[in-house]
Design a protein around this ligand. Structure first.
Ligand code: TXA
Ligand code: MG
Length: 358
């Protein structure tokens, strides 16, 4: 593995495109030279490489330690870039692109030849999205090639929502990082398979099932997603993911009060056996866990978008504070709550503490 002197460019994304371009000159040139560069999107930071070059794409897998059977999403800056990448565009996909692009929605489509085979991991489909972030769009345009980009974390770790998270995981392993400040959505894009009808969500994310259905009617959810035993259709969803180092449990009870009660009693038991206990809580509930070693506030329940935005930083902070036992509150699986619960489940390795029903 090559050791890189990882470069960093701080870019203020509140300026207009003309002013972004000079700052993105060097990272765009590195991408065009088949190097890997991390950059912000509206969801999480991505680790980009030229999607048409095998040697470039291989560097992504190497830097992340990513299994080679897990395909990457290609990021484009213009709809016309689809012409070189996909064989056909179903009508429902077009409608959804009109409604949600640029934005956190990835389409699985039949692919054309010419894409580096490592991007699609041997599948005859490809995932494509247009990110809703001025830096990402300007960088892709300037590089002049479609950009394959997974989340810019080491494989298995929580996805990065700041440039510091990327540095933590990939410093010395990649050519550079474009720092555009914290990302907004906080969970990754929704992955939607539009090669079938009705379309199927393979990974819940920033665009909700409800939003998709308001445009194209019925949308299915991969039944293999939430259950540990079933096989998810998207290769990436089978891997342990987002996991903090401590043992993590999700607490599910019928009411919020009962949930807090159970967490308090589990804190008591864990403290007795000498563990360092952390709780993933919210603005509304943070005062209830005085006995825990650390209480991490992950947004506010009244607005689940704030929970999504803080989720990965919250998971990372348990490691920074050397917590070995984590108790997480659970959230309603509606709207963006579906993505939040999917990521929490994976972070906890599907350890769910459920209410006893009698
Ligand atoms: O928001 C996002 O989507 C971020 C930012 C950087 O754009 N990217 C991201 O990429 O989350 P990654 O590589 O961490 O996750 C891509 C997911 C994986 O679960 C992968 O298996 C799935 O998309 N995927 C990619 N191509 C696929 C295909 N052809 N068929 C099924 N699933 C696919
Ligand atoms: Mg990822």
């Amino acid at each position: 593995m090559i050791h890189y002197q990882t470069k960093k460019w701080c870019v203020d994304n509140s300026v207009g495109n003309e002013r972004l371009y000079p700052q993105l000159e060097e990272p765009a040139k590195l991408l065009a030279l088949n190097e890997v560069v991390a950059f912000p999107t509206e969801t999480v930071y991505g680790l980009g490489a030229n999607a048409l070059s095998s040697s470039a794409v291989c560097k992504i897998f190497e830097a992340k330690g990513r299994p080679s059977d897990n395909p990457l999403i290609i990021h484009i800056a213009h709809r016309k870039d689809l012409d070189n990448l996909v064989l056909a565009l179903p009508e429902k996909a077009e409608k959804l692109m009109d409604a949600f692009w640029p934005g956190p929605l990835t389409f699985i489509l039949p692919r054309k030849e010419g894409i580096a085979p490592e991007v699609t991991a041997g599948l005859d489909t490809v995932g494509i999205r247009m990110p809703d972030h001025p830096i990402a769009l300007a960088l892709i345009e300037k590089a002049g090639v479609p950009i394959a980009a997974p989340s810019a974390n080491r494989s298995g770790r929580p996805s990065p929502t700041t440039a510091e998270h990327v540095q933590e995981d990939l410093e010395g392993r990649i050519a550079g990082i474009v720092d555009g400040g914290p990302t907004g959505v906080g969970v990754e894009s929704t992955v939607l398979d539009v090669t079938m009808d009705p379309p199927m969500i393979l990974r819940p994310g920033g665009v909700t099932k409800e939003q998709l259905e308001s445009v194209v009617g019925l949308v299915l959810l991969d039944p293999g997603l939430m259950e540990e035993e079933d096989k998810p259709r998207s290769p990436g969803m089978k891997y342990q993911h987002y996991a903090p180092q401590g043992e993590m449990w999700i607490i599910q009870e019928e009411t919020l009060e009962k949930q807090q009660e159970t967490i308090r009693s589990l804190i008591g038991q864990a403290k007795e056996s000498g563990r360092r206990v952390g709780v993933l809580a919210t603005e509304e509930t943070k005062h209830n866990y005085a006995e825990a070693d650390v209480v991490v506030i992950c947004g506010a329940r009244e607005d689940l978008a704030t929970v999504a935005r803080s989720l990965y930083d919250a998971l990372r902070s348990f490691d920074q504070q050397r917590i070995d036992y984590i108790l997480a509150e659970s959230f309603p699986s509606k709207g963006v709550g579906l993505a939040i619960m999917n990521r929490l489940n994976k972070a906890a390795g599907h350890r769910i503490y459920r209410a006893e029903v009698d």
